[in-house]
Every structure is written in structure tokens, then in C-alpha cells.
Ligand binder design. Structure first.
Ligand SMILES: C[S@@+](CC[C@H](N)C(=O)[O-])C[C@H]1O[C@@H](n2cnc3c(N)ncnc32)[C@H](O)[C@@H]1O
Length: 334
């Protein structure tokens, strides 16, 4: 499958933790699966193929419902999943709206769900999308430019000192947030900051020379990550999904989430923990009155990371962490 640049989609974006996601979700004939971050369709393809390898025992083939908020990604995924077109149902939607897609499809629940967060290499590689600090492009960073939300250049040129500092601090864990934002404010007084390379240069210059010299990554890495997360409301999307997904998993179904930075991983860990809790009465209360039942069983006490070979072959996978939980039957039975 070719991208607009003529590259093979499967080599442009190498799917992370592919084998592990398939092993944990255990796809089977008759199963219904949700992929909330289709991207190039790597996980979806593998789930459908693995289900087809299992004995069918008269059951219909597995089906997949896939979402992506980026219509370019969705189109490429559609082409790559052509072979399975009669049993894939693709929607141009953010995964926070997965329930709308399930309802439209007439599915009450699914037998497995996966999220592979962040951006794809395809998005990063297209300078015109504005995600990369290595090439000149418009400061955009929207995964879905049609959703009516402002691009990164609006934040950068109109945001107040305190708003920008909070974004860099919270979403980028950027230790130099104050210096960087002061430099942005000075630069935008001269001329609006419209270009990715100009912003990257401003950030680089704002870094103390000593830090710049010992930095292992480009000084603009954290700033770009923070802006991308803010522009796309990435943490809100994730938290909203995690609050609701258990209710739409069939008993025994599993949800697998791959995250790429500590804020995402923390959100997944806390949401799984909350859903795995039984009684939520105050600790000093002698008798339970809440009647709360656990919805999920956590299957990965610690997050799983890529094996050495994967980390070596695919540098993007190095920060990946996978957490998996399983839906309990009513009454908390596994
Ligand atoms: C890392 S890629 C997924 C790659 C995919 N698993 C594969 O192997 O080809 C992440 C994809 O999720 C999409 N995405 C990110 N956040 C999203 C959200 N909140 N809702 C829907 N899609 C989202 C991005 O547009 C991108 O295409």
C-alpha cells in the first residue's frame, strides 16, 4: 500500500508491540474488536489475521470497528484493510466517541479493544502537518484539521504567559518552561510565529548553553510534545475513553493501551485501578454501603515494554508501555 509520497505504508509506520497486543487480546472467529487508533491499520490487520487462524467451529469471521480522527490515516487504513472490507467498519471519529460508533453499528459490546496512542510516523513525516521540528512547516499539529479546534500557531501566538507555561510544564514536563515561554513572547512581538522550524530555533536558543550541550534529544522535543497534546486534547480524550470502555466490553474481553509518555501511562494505570476496585466506601466505614463492584481485572501489574530487538529496530517503540485489563462478569467473576 502506497502513501502519497510513494512509500509503503507498513514501512513508513512500524506497528509497536504488535505480537504482544495480539497475544493479550486473543482474537477469535465470531469476535468483535475495537481499534480506537487505526493509524496505518497495523494492529487491526494483525487482529483479524490472527482470528482467522483460530478454528472457526461454524462461527462467522471476526469483525473490526476502527476509528481515527485523521482522515488521511483512515483512508490509508481503509486501503490496507481492503481484504477484510466486508467485516471492517471504519469511522472518522475521535476515540472519545467510540460509543457513537458502536451504537451506529448496533454493537452493544466488543470482545477486545486497543489504543495505540500518539501520532503515527506518517503524520510526523509530513512537514505540512506541522508536527515535526526537523522540517519547515505550518505550525498546525491538529490530527483532525476539520474539527474546528485552533491549530498550534493560535496557542503560540495568542496564549498568555501563564497558559503557555502551564502547557509546557504539564504536558511536556519541560524544566525550562519559563525561559522558553519568555522567548516565545519576545519573538512573537517581532512577528507571529507561524513556522515549525522558527519555533524550534526559538526554543533551542532559550535553552541554557550548558543544558543544550548535554541534551540527549533536541531541545524542542518537549515543547512540541506539549503543544501537540494541548492542541489535540489528548489527555482528555484518553481519560474520557478509559472511564467508559469497561461498560462496553463483553465479560472476559480485554482492553490494551499502548502509551508513549508518563502522563498517558499514569492515566491508564489510575483508570484501570479505579475500575478494578470493589468497595469504594471511606476506609474507616465499618460496613460497606456503596455496593460498588469491580469492573476490570488488571492483567499487567507493571507495564510491558518492547523486547530489545524491537527497541533496536524501531526507535519510536522505545518509550512504549502496554497495559492490559480484562472485563469481569457482573458480580466480579473473572
Ligand atoms: C500511533 S498511530 C496508530 C498506529 C496503528 N496502531 C498502526 O499500527 O498502524 C496513532 C493514530 O491514532 C490516531 N489518534 C490519536 N489520537 C486519537 C483520538 N483521540 N481519536 C482517534 N484517533 C486518534 C492518530 O491520528 C494516529 O493515526
Amino acid at each position: 500500500m502506497r502513501t502519497e509520497q510513494g512509500n509503503d505504508a507498513s514501512t513508513v509506520h512500524v506497528t509497536v508491540l504488535l505480537k504482544e497486543v495480539v497475544q493479550w487480546l486473543r482474537p477469535r472467529p465470531g469476535g468483535r474488536y475495537l481499534d480506537g487508533t487505526l493509524g496505518m491499520g497495523g494492529h487491526s490487520l494483525a487482529l483479524l489475521a490472527a482470528a482467522d487462524e483460530q478454528p472457526g467451529q461454524g462461527r462467522p469471521p471476526a469483525e473490526l470497528l476502527g476509528l481515527d480522527r485523521d482522515d488521511q490515516a483512515l483512508e490509508l487504513a481503509r486501503q490496507r484493510l481492503e481484504k477484510y472490507r466486508d467485516r471492517t467498519h471504519l469511522f472518522h471519529l475521535p476515540f472519545s466517541r467510540f460509543e457513537d460508533a458502536l451504537d451506529e453499528q448496533g454493537w452493544d459490546g466488543v470482545d477486545g479493544a486497543v489504543l495505540d496512542l500518539g501520532v503515527s510516523s506518517l503524520q510526523l513525516d509530513r512537514a505540512e502537518r506541522g508536527f515535526s521540528f526537523l522540517e519547515s512547516g505550518p505550525l498546525d499539529m491538529r490530527m483532525d484539521p476539520s474539527d474546528g479546534r485552533p491549530p498550534a500557531r493560535t496557542l503560540v501566538n495568542k496564549g498568555s504567559y501563564s497558559d503557555l507555561k502551564r502547557i509546557l510544564h504539564r504536558y511536556g514536563e519541560e524544566p525550562q518552561a519559563g525561559r522558553i515561554v519568555k522567548a516565545i513572547l519576545r519573538a512573537r512581538d517581532e512577528a507571529p510565529i507561524e513556522d515549525t522550524l522558527r519555533l524550534a530555533h526559538i526554543v533551542e536558543q532559550a535553552y541554557p548553553a550548558k543544558w543544550r550541550a548535554k541534551a540527549r534529544t533536541h531541545p524542542a522535543t518537549r515543547t512540541f510534545q506539549a503543544l501537540r497534546i494541548a492542541v489535540n486534547h489528548e489527555l482528555e480524550e484518553l481519560e474520557y475513553f478509559l472511564e467508559r470502555v469497561a461498560a462496553r466490553l463483553n465479560p472476559g474481553a480485554r482492553v490494551a493501551v499502548i502509551s508513549f509518555h508518563s502522563l498517558e501511562d499514569r492515566a491508564v494505570k489510575l483508570a484501570f485501578r479505579q475500575a478494578a476496585k470493589g468497595c469504594i466506601c471511606p476506609p474507616r466505614q465499618p460496613i460497606c454501603t456503596c455496593g460498588h463492584e469491580p469492573e476490570l481485572k488488571i492483567l499487567t501489574k507493571r507495564p510491558l515494554c518492547p523486547e530489545e530487538a524491537e527497541a533496536e529496530n524501531n526507535p519510536r517503540s522505545r518509550s512504549a508501555k502496554l497495559r492490559v485489563a480484562e472485563r469481569l462478569a457482573p458480580g466480579g467473576e473473572s
